[in-house]
Design a protein around this ligand. Structure first.
Ligand code: ACO
Length: 323
């Protein structure tokens, strides 16, 4: 019997502290109007001093487990996507594993920056398909506020902190109409390493460093590659934009999100948009958006959900799931 990963639950967590555009405009040469018009961002959450990526991840994970009606001891795999781990090693996922009381299986981090959640989903989906895991927790968790250059208005206004998580469970594969992950499509192009990177790290400077980005070029690459990725995901199943119930994109820029929605001929209300309140939470943005749209009843069992993301590397990908 062939197996497939079905979504069993989701959860999200945002730190309490809200930082508005106006607050940023009081200490930088920027404005609420500029940030909203160019990006769609109105505010972002910032982790408290001492609140780590693992704390955000754990809070989101507990909510996802509760939603799925299971406990940490039921899990046999945790894949945590982050570019802002608590420490250089061990993996932040292992800390979450211990805090959830999971004593078997495996827990590890993966690093694909803003595409991290799609990459983590692919790893967990594949592990379930081959029978290596039966119940997996996929987490995207970030504290980008710790790697921003708060003097650089071109980047620091764009990001926020947060975490989201999804529980996947093995189930018999009931074909394209049945519930579960249909496929995940991953890409990277290391020749574009330098257009979005952090200027530090254990092997280079020995410091954590700060995020650096050629915004206009990343924007151009994002529209191009994400358009290709969503079409690749749909074509793999003989589907088109007309079959999609919800687009849940990585939340980097409202203009990028709108461009992909138009490319698929979706109605504006079919795209889940959180960027106004969350900003770009990197690997956490898709599971946070999923959690919001499931929580308010937009995404329902049986709906076809298309996810896409692009991040540093460059990395990009798309995934289709029948919720
Ligand atoms: N406030 C006011 N002015 C600003 C600000 C700001 N916060 N930031 C930049 N500007 C200025 C620039 O200095 C420039 O001024 P100049 O014309 O006098 O030189 C002008 O605004 C235009 O700057 P651009 O960078 O060309 O502005 P653009 O319209 O491209 O918007 C932005 C910049 C928002 C960064 C956009 O390029 C973008 O969203 N890029 C994609 C980011 C992205 O998708 N990242 C995804 C992955 S993130 C990850 O993986 C970690």
């Amino acid at each position: 019997m062939s197996l497939r990963a079905q979504v069993a639950g989701c959860g999200g967590y945002l730190p309490e502290r809200v930082m508005t555009n106006d607050e940023l405009a009081r200490r930088l040469d920027t404005s609420d109007a500029w940030i909203r018009q160019r990006t769609g961002i109105g505010e972002r959450r910032i982790a408290a001093a001492g609140e780590l990526t693992s704390d955000l991840a754990l809070a989101a994970a507990k909510r996802a487990l509760r939603h799925a009606g299971i406990s940490g001891s039921d899990l046999d795999l945790i894949v945590l996507a982050t570019a802002t781990p608590d420490h250089t090693f061990p993996a932040t996922a292992t800390k979450v594993q211990a805090q959830l009381g999971m004593k078997r299986g495996a827990a590890f981090d993966i690093q694909a920056v803003c595409s991290g959640f799609i990459f983590a989903l692919a790893v967990a989906d594949n592990a379930i398909r081959v029978g290596q895991a039966r119940t997996a927790l996929v987490i995207g968790a970030e504290t980008f506020s710790r790697i921003l250059d708060w003097q650089d208005r071109g980047t620091c206004v764009l990001f926020g902190d947060g975490a989201g998580a999804l529980v996947l469970r093995a189930a018999p594969d009931a074909g394209p109409g049945g519930r579960g992950m249909l496929s995940t499509h991953l890409h990277s192009d290391g020749s574009l390493y330098d257009i979005l990177y952090v200027d530090g790290g254990p092997s280079s400077t020995g410091t954590a460093g700060h995020l650096r980005m050629e915004g206009r070029e990343v924007f151009r690459q994002a529209v191009h590659h994400l358009s290709e990725a969503v079409e690749e995901a749909l074509a793999a199943h003989g589907l088109s934009g007309a079959d999609v119930d919800w687009l849940v994109p990585h939340q980097a820029n409202l203009r990028i999100i709108d461009a992909i929605g138009k490319r698929l001929s979706l109605r504006p209300g079919q795209t889940v948009v959180t960027i106004e309140r969350h900003a770009n939470t990197s690997a956490a943005s898709i599971p946070l958006a999923l959690d919001e749209a499931v929580g308010d009843g937009r995404i329902k069992p049986g709906h076809l959900v298309l996810m896409e993301a692009l991040g540093g590397g460059l990395t990009w990908g798309a995934s289709l799931v029948r919720w």
